[in-house]
Design a protein around this ligand. Structure first.
Ligand code: G4P
Length: 536
């Protein structure tokens, strides 16, 4: 096997999706612990007081105790190179999460055993499902009282409409959780609780159900329940089918406790075996690009400015889709039509950065960005010059007019607004012909406005005056002739603005107003996303 094929076969790139508080940060940390990337997992309590979870980057995250930006973490396990795309759990940042999912080959859906399928789980599940991403389910917090495993299975099946195949079945529930039974290998793992509160790897006793060392460690009631459950699942449950997993039609389910490490290693090992290697990617022209294509290609799914406040830098994260990346290589950037040198490529392990010499399909690398890249941009060998499929665009629902508080700071202010919109943190619109240059920002959730305010002050030293507008709906406008667009300029119940590509957009208070305008302006059409963007 050639170098490229070998590397592809051993790569796994996935995102963890969940409702806030299901335990994503904890699970990520524990996967890193088992991957040897960290040696002592800080308990979440310790993180709250003095130490922050490894994937927290930005100051605002620390202050608010939430995870705002997606980060990428990498570790090796059993010959595999694992790339975890950490997605923010807060619902206001769903846009960022959706973009991150574009770079993943599979997703791990984390569910709190006591809460079941929550609203954010559903939203994120649907995005994955629509893209036919393979989804693995990890039911977390088994150390506590929770819903019955069979009920959780049924809930996932009924609420999300995906078939479930439990691979690890819990032994003992409701505070009596002892281990897991693997239905594929028929092997039992019993966990030896220690006093490290999950900061170290657990000792595990492995064996078959009939083995005396297993049997003697389980109370009769727990043992009998396990036998009954296994019989029931084998008789009435789905069969395991890898093709269905690959198509995202069946989700392998695992049970564990990220906090106590119960079931984490068992999950990781099985997940690496069953999850897909880097997959072919869809191109704009309808063709499919195979990862083992020798020519290099990648797309940018995330841009983050000022990750290190001391350096004022801006990093673009790209997912490699084909070929081999080598440090310093020249690539063609489709959107600017220029050849660009990929100097100082970096990989990220929390705040530590390492320079990458070589990287392969599935890998995520960050490069210093001189300000030319945008979300969804395509990079490739000059001979390929390809364009990946467009990223989904979300119509913003909250709008505000923003201005610098101090007009002497206008330059910093404009730079900040422009960069944050390139990062995809906000969408920016402008009104035309009103004398002063005025920016209108559009976001999906109000927390984004707070982040905008905070970052402009902290990163660009520009204070903001922000006036929220009453509009809640944005539509891109197309017309048979430009005069029809002119005609809706002076509307009382709407505002005509232009996006950063100079496309006209109408802002109104409600859907009803849209119909009102359409009825009076034949020839106009309204689109919920830009005319050339993919719909979610
Ligand atoms: P998130 O990133 O998905 O938002 O969740 P995070 O890991 O921060 O975990 C949210 C809370 O759930 C934390 O508690 C964490 O300790 C707890 N947790 C995570 N995994 C488990 C688990 O397997 N079992 C139990 N019992 N709890 C778990 P917290 O209330 O924020 O802090 P604390 O006061 O409990 O330390």
């Amino acid at each position: 096997m050639g170098e490229l094929l070998e590397k592809i076969a051993k790569r796994r790139t996935f995102a963890i999706i969940s409702h806030p508080d299901a335990g994503k940060t904890t699970l990520t940390e524990k996967l890193l612990l088992y991957g040897g990337a960290i040696h002592l997992a800080g308990s979440v309590k310790a993180r709250k007081s003095n130490k922050h979870a490894v994937s927290d980057w930005m100051e605002i995250e620390k202050q608010r105790g939430i995870s705002v930006t997606s980060s990428v973490l990498q570790f090796d396990y059993d010959g595999y190179r694992v790339n975890i795309l950490d997605t923010p759990g807060h619902q206001d940042f769903s846009e960022d999460t959706y973009r991150t999912l574009m770079a993943a080959d599979s997703a791990v859906m984390l569910i709190d055993a006591a809460k079941g399928v929550e609203p954010q789980t559903k939203k994120l599940f649907w995005v994955c499902h629509r893209r036919h991403l393979p989804i693995f389910t990890f039911i977390n917090k088994l150390d506590r009282f929770g819903r019955k495993p069979l009920d959780l299975m049924t809930e996932v099946e009924e609420v999300l409409g995906i078939k479930v195949y439990p691979i690890d079945w819990p032994i003992g529930i409701d505070g009596r959780y002892k281990g897991v039974y693997n239905r594929l290998t028929r092997e039992v793992s019993l966990f030896q609780a220690d006093t490290s509160h999950g900061s170290k790897q657990l000792a595990v006793i492995k064996g078959r159900l009939e083995d005396e060392q297993i049997r003697s460690r389980l109370e009769d009631e727990i043992y009998q329940t396990l036998l009954d459950d296994i019989d029931l699942l084998d008789m009435a449950g789905e069969d395991f089918n890898q093709d269905q997993v690959n198509r995202g039609e069946l989700t392998p389910m695992f049970f564990g406790s990220a906090m106590t490490n119960f079931g984490v290693q068992e999950f990781l090992e099985r997940f690496l075996k069953l999850s897909p290697q880097p997959q072919p990617r869809q191109l704009q022209n309808g063709e499919i690009l195979q990862p083992d294509n020798e020519s290099f290609s990648a797309f940018i799914f995330k841009i983050q400015a000022n990750m290190n406040p001391a350096h004022r830098d801006r990093i673009s994260f790209m997912r490699i889709c084909s070929g081999i990346f080598e440090k310093g290589m020249m690539v063609y950037h489709l959107q600017s039509g220029k050849m660009i040198k990929l100097a100082q490529p970096q990989q990220f392990m929390a705040q530590e950065r390492t320079i990458v010499e070589k990287a392969y399909p599935g890998d995520i690398i960050g490069i210093f960005d001189p300000g030319v890249f945008g979300i969804g941009d395509s990079l490739s060998d000059e001979k390929l010059k390809l364009q990946f499929e467009d990223f989904p665009v979300f119509p913003p629902e909250i709008f505000a007019r923003v201005q610098p508080k101090d007009s002497l700071k206008r330059k910093q202010f404009e730079k900040g607004i422009l960069q944050l919109s390139q990062e995809g943190a906000i969408q920016v619109f402008q009104q035309k012909d009103i004398g002063v240059e005025s920016f209108i920002v559009g976001v999906v959730g109000t927390l984004q406005l707070e982040v905008l305010d905070y970052r402009l002050q902290n990163e660009y030293s520009a204070q903001l005056v922000l006036n929220q507008l009453s509009y809640t709906v944005a539509r891109w406008v197309s017309a048979e002739n430009p005069e029809q667009i002119e005609a809706i300029k002076g509307l009382d119940n709407g505002m005509l603005v232009y996006d950063k590509k100079d496309r006209p957009v109408i802002l109104v208070n409600n859907e009803w107003a849209l119909n009102w305008i359409l009825e009076r302006n034949p020839g106009l059409a309204f689109l919920s996303v830009p005319p050339d963007a993919a719909k979610v």
